[in-house]
Design a protein around this ligand. Sequence first.
Ligand code: ADP
Ligand code: MG
Ligand code: MG
Length: 206
Amino acid sequence: MDTDLARAWMLAVAESIEADRERLSRLDAEIGDGDHGTNMHRGFSAVREALDGVDSPSASTVLVKTGTTLISRVGGASGPLYGTVFRTVGKQLGAGDSDVAELAAALSAGRDDVCRLGSAQVGDKTMVDALSPAVDALTAADPAGGLGPATRAAAEAAEKGAESTIPLQARKGRASYLGERSAGHLDPGAASTALIFRALADVARG
Ligand code: ADP
Ligand code: MG
Ligand code: MG
């Protein structure tokens, strides 16, 4: 991952969040307070502005700036959680370009931090249910294959992970207030995580 790819990734996420903003809020209306699309759209519009016209020296600075922007601009739970992921990934990447193994290691650190911050585990019906299998798929990918196939596997794993939240009862976040009634709905944060990994696979394809 180099500066251009990191920037393209964040811009692709902003676009895809914009396109799916209503769906994300609708999912959140079913088991939360209906603002997940609005929160993510506000956050990634601010990210787009923060990255626009600024020369970032590395993928690391692009991702750290993304994380910091999300933390300061998104009011909901998802802001600090996603902000932490991107900030940690950015910090872990360091100044140079990174390969599949380095990106996987950085994302793995991001996953650990978000699990700690939200005290969430796989199965709690949160974004972690999509993030964690995506990180595992990236880690398991053949590094010789390059970023294209590895990120495609990660996107597929994130999408499957998001789907897996449907039957679950939420144990973290607002949806947990619903108890059993949270079952039967896709977790909005897991849905946005799937968009984030699909955006990565799309920009890494070339
Ligand atoms: P809010 O719940 O404050 O309105 P959002 O609607 O933007 O924030 O985000 C909700 C999403 O955040 C949930 O769908 C879930 O995926 C994620 N989430 C909430 N709490 C946690 C947590 N403790 N750990 C991990 N993810 C969480
Ligand atoms: Mg919400
Ligand atoms: Mg809210």
